[in-house]
Design a protein around this ligand. Sequence first.
Ligand SMILES: [Zn+2]
Length: 254
Amino acid sequence: MKPYILQQTNWKQVKSENYEIALIPWGATEPHNYHLPYGTDTLETTKIAETAAGKAWEKNAKVMVLPTIPFGVQNPGQIELPFCLHVPPSTQTILFADLVNALHNQGIKKIVLLNGHGGNDFKPMIREIQAEYSDAFIGLMEWFKLIDIKDHFEDAGDHAGEMETSLIQYLFPELVLPLEEAGDGKAKTFKLKALKEKSAWTPRNWSKVSEDTGVGNPKKATPEKGKIYFELITDIIAEFLIELAASDLNDLYE
Ligand SMILES: [Zn+2]
């Protein structure tokens, strides 16, 4: 029973503590190549949030991890696959606004979103809601962008590749199929130069890009690589939570 995980804790604990930060993990529910669970983004983001909050709690940061939101924004071509649960950004914004409103009414003014899914583009949503709560801090961390993945994985991949496979092998070994059963995550690129070089952007049609739904080869994944990466990113998140918990929201600039 951890006092920083809302799903596990109780009113007796909450009543006696002054919580500073609400940490909201946000994932997705979608196919992840053949070998990883649909819940990959939700499962890994939950573990990352809980572990980071635990590290921060040890240093006296009063943070509460809220239940992970499992509904993400998906790409065309993936939306059609069975049980790929797409919700549009407008729905995410309504839900998030309701959560911020509830927390703000309870006096919790430091709210941090932990994003674990590339299709979730939360900055516009935060800008929209922040404007209504001038005395609140609404922050965003995207764990998959915190350190250069290429320093830790040979073929990190965008989706269900070596990085994500290593993380799930480490955190939920019982939920990964043997790597022989995984597809190679081979992905096509755009023909158009600007799209290929990323000077222009449009969502990729997933079923035209990848046959197995993966983008990135998972074959070199190991739980050891997952553990090292997990420790590094949870340290970075914990450090931010510690600093934020101790901060005066009226004095954030130097
Ligand atoms: Zn994922």
